[in-house]
Design a protein around this ligand. Structure first.
Ligand code: ADP
Ligand code: MG
Ligand code: MG
Length: 915
């Protein structure tokens, strides 16, 4: 019924069949066209302004021009479609109605802000213009209604922002003029400039603009509005925004929305303020309302670092702000209102919020809310505590933490007990330790990091232009700015250590050095940051692995209960195995044996073995290696007690073990009782022009069965010894590089015979050893049914599988893959994230073929991909039994596996909902 009715009205009104989709969305006065889940077309800021409005939270009214218009604007070569302009003017008059003021009116002018806002927040990337609608006439109206100082302070800000953002006048020209004006009048803060001074400053600012553009400063508010809207749309294309998108994988085509919103004023006097706050501590995750504000200020003043912001409450105090009054103390009514609203927002969004607010004459207005960026540590704690508070479910908590960020928590922190030469202290803006040589510009940071040096970027304050340097640095140190400054926010997002607002630093970019007390730090000097305490140390401070208790272990426990796929580790030593078990590994998926041969006393025996000219000589050399290998394996079995341990037989090309230089050759000749010329000739004959496709993996076992026999014997003997010691062992022998079922058949027989010999010799008849293969040659994947006849398990070696099936050299692709990623041909490096469409299909095919022949076939993956969250999700879907990754990535894989299980469980539900 209702549908028909609507159709009629539409037909009556427009006459045309379909109404064009809405492109301008109003909000304010407790209503809104948009809502929170419309961020794709309204951008995050616009969607949340609409949502807050609907919730009855005080938001100055305004409207959002949708992200679709951004593409249209840029397609039309910088022009707004006429229909959009019409809708904008209509929405503007609605705002005028609500606010009781008129845009451009000389007596009672409505002023607006023009704010960018894309689908995901891009801090500081896009530009905002405040106080738009001011001109020589309306400023007088404002002065008459309030006072001259306020009117010209607003006008000064407007001309500066409009000049900078829309007309592209160098921002520093305004700043240095402002500094000069303060100096001339002997004041240090912009709030101390009186109306007269500001009036003069405005005139000079306008002059600066006109000199730059050669045109009069636009006085027509509508012209100003179109100018600012266009500039926001254009800013989507600027370099800072591009860099940020590239670093954060944000698609070009998303575009930004534009929000036009009635101004509220935090700069109208001492009962006014502007501030930012987090509903929980974004650095530690502690459940404490946390924020900063400035009195008699506007917009970005809080984060710009021009004045030291005050803490909103006692919990937000830092060492430097100990003595300052709080918002709670100074404006208790507005503070109480803020508390009421933040609680409502957190409950409504069910996540930690990052809010912006302004207080005009004691009345609170909310200007933004969004899910707050946080450190990994905070993410874990907040997710777990919100689940405990029953605000979210445990499954949601598991999904809240970005798996790939988890290993940040496991990396070393500064050793509490290590000696440290403290030179300064700033704000603990983003935790973790950073050690590196000091550099004072983003370009130098990038340069040195590219050359392999670890650097700490030191800046007076950072701006979006510094992003590439921040990305290259281990940590960031700034002299100015608070916990919500650019440096702090960006560093937390990147998971890097940051000490901000370290006022004692005297940084001189010109000579690339800084002075702190009586210490002088030149470019290249090593410094250490502790982002958890805000300490800055001269020289390198020792680090330790952090303890992982509390929230982290809760989250991991929940993840373990949810996930279906097991997580093992790649470990070659008992030490690695121990670390991995502490991180929750459930066995070893790949124990490489080649590393065991590189110790000085072993490599000699290894070389003798390779260069021996008879089976007898080879066996003699192998006999020396046998006890060493047995000892290695016993150590690993002990460390992994009760869990499976997959040991891969010798894999690398022989030439990796060949002697280099005359001295090494002579040594071997002596030890073999042979002569130098013979050994050299033999070594040369083993040279290969394409070793990765050459004599390696099981091909060695085919040519030199004694090698594999020795290794299998060492494994079997170690396992027997372990059994006799009362240990539970589950050894798995893995044969690498199989391409043909015949290889596996032959080597399996060899292994079984050897194991039988050991059984008879030791009398340990209970010995169970699984024998399986790696699937890493494409041919093996395609003939997996035939191969499965001889295998108890498959383990996908996705590094080699990618190399061979893609025809991409693992060792050389780094040089050109970047071009593929930057041109968009590839979304990811296929050695980092599995290429689902290509290599993934080989995996799926092999799983299907293998299980057809042997339903109980155990399946795992042991390539680097086992530690990549997106790849882990693919393997979970493909039905593997486990993934195996490096020890530090085990927790990350556990979490990603749980997230995969949740996603898979949700899918059928979602599908049926759609129907
Ligand atoms: P960003 O995306 O960089 O945070 P915003 O669009 O949020 O930029 O604007 C920056 C700041 O400008 C806000 O935090 C707020 O303090 C101020 N601001 C924006 N719009 C208004 C407004 N209508 N009234 C008062 N202040 C505003
Ligand atoms: Mg903002
Ligand atoms: Mg391999």
């Amino acid at each position: 019924m209702t549908v028909r009715k609507k159709k009629k009205t539409a037909a009556k009104k427009g006459g045309s069949a379909k109404r064009a989709p809405r492109k301008v969305f109003s909000f304010g006065g407790g209503k809104a066209h948009g809502k929170a889940d419309m961020r794709e077309i309204l951008g995050g800021k616009g969607a949340n302004l609409a949502e807050m409005s609907r919730l009855g939270i005080p938001v100055p009214s305004g409207f959002t021009i949708s992200t679709e218009v951004c593409a249209e604007y840029n397609r039309l070569g910088g022009r707004l479609p006429a229909t959009v302009k019409k809708d904008v003017l209509k929405a503007l008059s609605a705002v005028e109605g609500i606010m009781g003021a008129t845009f451009g009116d000389a007596k009672n002018p409505l002023l607006v802000s023009v704010r960018s806002g894309s689908r995901v927040s891009m801090p500081g990337m896009m530009d905002t213009v405040l106080n738009l609608g001011l001109n020589d006439e309306t400023v007088q109206g404002l002065a008459d209604r309030v006072d001259e100082r306020f009117a010209y302070d607003s006008y000064r800000r407007f001309v500066q922002m409009y000049g900078d953002v829309v007309l592209e006048v160098d921002h520093d020209r305004f700043e240095s003029r402002l500094e000069e004006a303060k100096r001339e009048r002997g004041v240090s803060l912009d709030t101390e400039l009186d109306g007269q001074a500001l009036r003069e400053l405005v005139a000079e600012f306008i002059e600066i603009v006109e000199e730059h553009t050669g045109q009069p400063f636009p006085q027509d508010p509508r012209e100003q509005l179109w100018g600012a809207v266009g500039a926001v749309f254009r800013s989507w294309e600027n370099n800072r925004a591009r860099t940020y998108r590239r670093l954060n994988d944000i698609p070009e085509q998303w575009g930004t929305a534009v929000n036009v919103q009635a101004m509220v004023f935090g700069n109208m006097g001492d009962d006014c303020a502007t501030g930012v706050a987090f509903t929980r501590n974004p650095s530690t995750g502690e459940k404490a309302f946390y924020g900063e504000y400035l009195k008699n200020a506007q917009g970005e003043d809080v984060v710009a670092g021009t004045r030291t912001p005050q803490p909103i409450n006692a919990a937000s105090r830092t060492r430097d702000t100990q003595h300052l009054p709080t918002l709670e103390g100074e404006m208790p009514k507005a503070y109480r209102e803020l508390v009421r609203i933040y609680k409502k927002l957190e409950k409504h969004y069910r996540d930690m919020q990052d809010v912006e607010f302004t207080i005009q004459s004691g009345v609170l207005w909310m200007l933004q809310t969004r899910n707050g960026k946080r450190t990994t540590q905070a993410a874990v704690r907040i997710a777990v505590e919100m689940a405990q508070e029953r605000l979210i479910t445990r499954a949601e908590a598991v999904q809240r933490v970005d798996a790939s960020s988890l290993d940040q928590l496991l990396h070393p922190m500064l050793d509490r007990d290590a000696e440290r030469h403290l030179i300064a202290r700033g704000l603990p803006a983003s935790p973790g330790a950073a050690v590196g040589s000091a550099v004072f510009s983003a370009d130098r940071a990038e340069e040195k990091a590219k050359a392999g040096e670890k650097v700490v970027l030191v800046r007076i304050e950072t701006s979006p232009e510094d992003i590439h340097g921040m990305d290259a640095a281990e940590g960031i140190l700034t002299a100015r700015g608070g916990m919500t400054s650019h440096a702090a926010v960006v560093a937390r997002g990147m998971g890097k250590s940051c000490v901000a607002g370290c006022g004692d630093l005297q940084i001189d970019y010109g000579s690339a050095r800084m002075v702190v007390g009586d210490a002088v730090v030149e470019e290249g000097d090593i410094i250490t940051l502790d982002g958890g305490t805000g300490e800055v140390m001269l020289g390198k401070v020792d680090t330790v692995t952090p303890e992982l208790g509390g929230a982290f272990s809760d989250l991991m426990r929940w993840a373990d209960r949810i996930r279906k796929i097991r997580v093992r580790t790649n470990a070659d030593t008992p030490q690695d195995a121990k670390v991995a078990r502490e991180f929750g590994a459930e066995g070893i998926g790949l124990c490489r044996t080649e590393h065991m041969f590189f110790e000085p006393n072993r490599i000699l025996a290894m070389r003798e073995m390779i260069l021996a000219s008879s089976v007898g000589e080879r066996e003699a050399a192998l006999a020396k290696l046998l006890p060493m290998q047995r000892g290695d394996f016993l150590g690993i079995f002990r460390a992994m007690e009760g869990f499976p341990v997959t040991i891969r037989l010798l894999d690398p090309p022989l030439h990796e073990f060949l002697p280099r230089g005359d001295d090494e050759i002579r040594l071997i000749a002596e030890s073999l009782g042979s002569n130098v010329a013979v050994v050299r000739a033999k070594a040369e004959s083993l040279h290969e022009s394409n070793p990765m496709l050459g004599h390696r993996g099981c091909r060695l076992g085919i040519s030199y069965p004694e090698i594999y026999a020795m290794q299998v014997r060492a494994i079997a003997e170690a396992a027997s010894e372990a059994v006799e010691l009362g240990l539970k062992v589950k050894p798995e022998i893995m044969i690498p590089l199989v391409a043909n079922p015949g290889e596996l058949k032959r080597l399996r027989t060899l292994a079984e015979d050897t194991i039988q010999e050991v059984r008879e010799a030791t009398g340990v008849s209970r010995l169970r050893l699984a024998i399986g293969t790696m699937i890493e040659v494409p041919r093996a994947a395609l003939t997996a049914d035939a191969i499965a006849e001889h295998a108890d398990f498959f383990s996908f070696g996705t590094n080699d599988l990618t190399q061979m099936a893609y025809g991409l050299s693992r060792d050389d692709a780094g040089n050109f893959l970047v071009d593929y990623v930057s041109t968009g041909i590839l979304e990811d490096d296929p050695f980092v994230t599995i290429d689902v469409e290509g290599i993934g299909r080989l995996v799926e095919r092999a799983v299907e073929l293998g299980r057809k022949v042997r339903p109980g076939l155990k399946l795992g993956i042991c390539g680097e991909h086992g530690g990549d969250p997106r790849s882990v999700k693919f393997f979970a879907r493909a039905g593997l039994d486990y993934v195996s990754c490096s020890p530090y990535r085990v927790p990350l894989a556990r979490l990603a596996a749980a997230q995969a299980a949740i996603e898979m469980a949700e899918e059928p539900a979602r599908r049926s909902k759609k129907r």
